[in-house]
Design a protein around this ligand. Sequence first.
Ligand code: G3H
Ligand code: 13P
Ligand code: ZN
Length: 290
Amino acid sequence: MIVGVGEILKKAKDGGYAVGAFNVVNMETVQAILQAASEVRSPVILQVTEKTMDYSGGRNIFHIIKNTAEFYYPEVPVGIHLDHGKSFEVVQRAVEIGFDSVMYDGSRREYEDNLAMTKKVVEFCQENFAGKVSVQAELGSVPYLGEVNMNDNEWEKYMTDPGQAEEFVKETGISALAVAIGNAHGFAKERKEPDYARLEMINKLVDIPLILHGASDWENGRVKEVIKRGICCFNVDTATRMAFINNIMVALKDEGGGSFDMRRLLGNAREAIKEVVKTKMKYFGSDGKI
Ligand code: G3H
Ligand code: 13P
Ligand code: ZN
């Protein structure tokens, strides 16, 4: 069943657990994640990037998610979200397709520019969709694999400033905030320890759901520490992509293509994603929340 992302996040925040926002690129990734959610009885967010909209067709991927959720998993609360929309145009394209939640990612812009663009996106969504579309923004900047290998001082330039976060949320009217506290995209060498004190401060000053990107390689203990301090959603991509591709690589190595049945090869890789997602949902504490 499709439900608003805002509603899924609110329940998680109020309930003291987190949900996973998992990136999908095709039918198999959608099925794997929804099957996992069904097996552990977890709400879930499925998200699509601009690159995926170009790869699959924005409408195709949106309707694969919607159809699979509605027809095959009516018991699972499913939210659909645009991840890392880097321009006003891509946000516009997504909401016109039907996405009820979008990330406008101006994190690589100067603060004032990020603020102005984010405000423009929120206003557009309010004016055209009567407040039914949630907007996530990012402040500070979560680095990518290749940018990291830094000492704690160098991390400073990426981190979310709590005071700025308070002002940014008030000024823009966003519904959710992605924070940078030492986390990095990809299986990267991250800061020795997440900056827990910074997260606590942001959580004190800001009353909207806080999202953590790039933590798909985090072990359970660390996950629990940030949930305690206000994180109610984890974005996960690398862990599921790796499970899928590794499974295919092993199969091809072992049987060199075997019967050349794509359904068997992709079906087994889909199972591999499902297992990773179930583990994450248990870490996040969203299992059993349906
Ligand atoms: O952080 C988001 C995704 O991992 C990036 O994926 O290659 O679809 O842009 P992408
Ligand atoms: P990972 O690629 O590290 O799992 O991060 C995913 C993410 O943040 C998507 O927005
Ligand atoms: Zn991200």
